[in-house]
Unconditional design. Sequence first.
Length: 163
Amino acid sequence: MHLPSTFLLLPLLLLSPTLAQRTPQENLILADCGIGLGHNGGSTSREMIYYSGPVWTGNGLETFRPKMMVNVPWTGAYPWGQKGGVSATMPNGDVFTVHINPNIKDPNPAGDAWHKYELDKPLKCYSYHYNWVYRLDDGKWCSSAYVCNHLGRPYVPPKCDAL
C-alpha cells in the first residue's frame, strides 16, 4: 500500500512548534511588592513574575519559585492599566506586553498579555489581588494584582486555614 506523501507529512505539521503551544500551563503574575512601604503607602516595586507551570505548590500558601521575573520601572503611573499597555523584557530576552483594564474587579477577565516567543497564544489576565505570592531577596513580599494564563480562569490557590 502506498500512502501519499501528504499523509506522511501531516503528523509532522501537527507537531510543528508554530502550531503547538509550548507552555499551556504558564502563569504571569503582575505583582505589587513592598505594599505600604513605598511613597504615600504605595508599593516599592512592580514585578512581572513568570511561572512555566503552576504558581501554588498545593502546600498551603507556599508558591513555587518563579522561572524568571523582571522589575517594571515606575513611570509616574501605575503600570497595570497604563493607556497603551506596558512591556518588559525578561532575563531570557522574552518580551511580555500586557493591556489591563484596571476598573475590572476580582476575579474577572481584565485584559490580555502576549510574549514574543508565542505571540499567537495570548494569555488572559484576571484581576486577582492576593497577598504573599512571592518574597523578594530583600525580604519584601509581592502580592498579585493580576494573574495571566491560558487556563480560562484565574488560578485559585488551594484552600487552607491561613486563608
